[in-house]
Design a protein around this ligand. Sequence first.
Ligand code: WTA
Length: 673
Amino acid sequence: MVVPGSQHKLYHPPEGLQKDAHVPDFNCYLELYKKSIEEPDVFWKEVASDFYWKKPPTGQILQYNFDVTKGNIYVKCMEGATTNMCYNVLDRNVKDKNLGERVAFYWEGNSPDHREAITYGQLLGQVCRCSNTLKQMGVRKGDRVAIYLPMIPELVYTMLACTRIGAVHSIVFAGFSAESLCERIMDSQCSILVTADGVYRGEKLINLKQIADEALEKCREKASATVTRCLVVKHHALRTQDGDVSNKLQTPWDAACDVCWEEVMGQVSEQCEPEWLDAEDPLFILYTSGSTGKPKGVLHTVAGYLLYTSLTFKYVFDHQPDDVYWCTADIGWITGHSYITYGPLANGATSVLFEGIPVHPHVGRFWEVIEKYRVTKFYTAPTAIRLLMKYGLDPVQKYDLSSLRILGTVGEPINPEAWHWYHEVIGQKRCPVVDTFWQTETGGHVLTPLPAATPLKPGSATFPFFGVEPTILNEHGEELEGEAEGYLVFRRPWPGIMRTVYGNQERFESTYFKKFPGFYVTGDGCRRDKDGYYWIAGRIDDMINVSGHLLSTAEVEASLTDHGAVAEAAVVSRPHTVKGECLYCFVTLKDCREFNRTLVDELKRQVREKIGPIATPDFIQNAPGLPKTRSGKIMRRVLRQIARNEKDLGDLSTMADPKVVEVLFNHRCETAS
Ligand code: WTA
């Protein structure tokens, strides 16, 4: 684990920001942190008092066991209480706070001509209609609903409708393949699929319904089809953009299964009583890559997730009533769940909901959108910053970015060059950069600066959020004090932490709690410097972070070896200037198969089709043999060094056949395949 040098200039919060901030200085952070750790019940009770509980909790706010040697792992928050997520993020704002007229979302389509403002009042109406539609289609409390939608308002309507009626949403990012969608639908036995006919991503038209149908067909082939109906949204903007889009899409339609959103939504009532749920009832499932290759269904529950996403949003972005907040993530990832939908809505925030991509129709699109809506808080990924940096200052300087007050990043470590560009060029040295470290599993930010309180060091996610107790362990599970480097773990839960892997408690415990009993293991390496700042050093398992998305090397390897020509495959990470890391694949072919351009293209297509475009390998090299230990274990360290062209391979004494290394160097890919 190599982390950039330790001599760092501190960037102090601007005074202007400190004046009205929720956490105005570092001492205030320390006091609140102390309270959250020493009196967690008092701390979280206060947070909970902002929300509506049909019944109050009966016991302690947080109850848990984090030690596998003492029994099953569990976390419970607000036990005994009943509530409803949708009621808290919508009805409470509209009825109790009189915010019905406030804009919840400025929707901005793929094309800048497509926009729509949706108020809290309108959002509540649409969500109730969708709730009634789902109920009419047979969805009941506890049922799982798969959602495969682009970034259109209907995605938000559907997820909130699920929470209103107590159904559990399982959103699958609309860039995933039919195979990936099928796998996720089957794992959580969804009864309904909600999708759209199509979507433009930049210039490219994607026939989503066709992919959804393929996924359902695959589920049927696997003989465990659970989806009975498919609710299909017709993408409105797509029609005005391209008159003959229906011809292009030729949306397949099966009247026995498919239901047209526009038709049913018009026929149902705009009123729907929320279902009162137990605090620990499931809220949603979201799949994340697993090191065995099979994705894990991370399960979050109602009350804890509500408390945690709302509080992190309020403090980390120092939310103020006049803010226009914009998170550029897709709702298909956890960042979108927590910080486009739940956290902002729980705070009555006004957000931009953006369907497009950063470089369409031009490379200044992000900056144009910031100017257009006078965005005050902007949250994006380092990979997007690195991409946009490449185009220089011109596309930025065309726009007025003076509305910005706070910038945020998420998803991967931010390199100092990107941090400085973001801070200086986008934030004009005026805006703190909150580098937020967290995971699908953590539900919300766990290591993060607070913008008016925390002096920043570029590249460090700084300190723990309230209620979070990080520590660093060495290989033997010993806690390291002071300056140290090792495994990042957490000693106790916070309300928003995942509760289990859906349908697989055993996998939950073995993935996160077995290695070091008593701790939640993040899978990330980390360093703490002499000032106590935490520096994330990246994954220490077989996961690769490509453009802020975690991919499992095992899953990519499995899709490569599925090809008839491939005998064996090993995938490692290689640094990439925009994506952070990219996939470098070694493939050993079966006898008499030839390694050529056509095969490389076929393999890339295969991975795209099996997993999705985000997993497309950058490099595929011929590997007549792979470096293995005598016991047959692939030596990934050596492969990583070959991928990076590092000639000094260190100790190879455990390798069964050291000759393979030279051959691999001879076949190395210099440039992307
Ligand atoms: C990485 C995304 C460094 C980390 C919210 C983590 C980060 C994984 C940061 C989770 C950050 C996320 N600095 N690394 N600020 N944020 N990561 O589940 O490796 O998609 O374990 O959640 O992304 O990815 P996930």
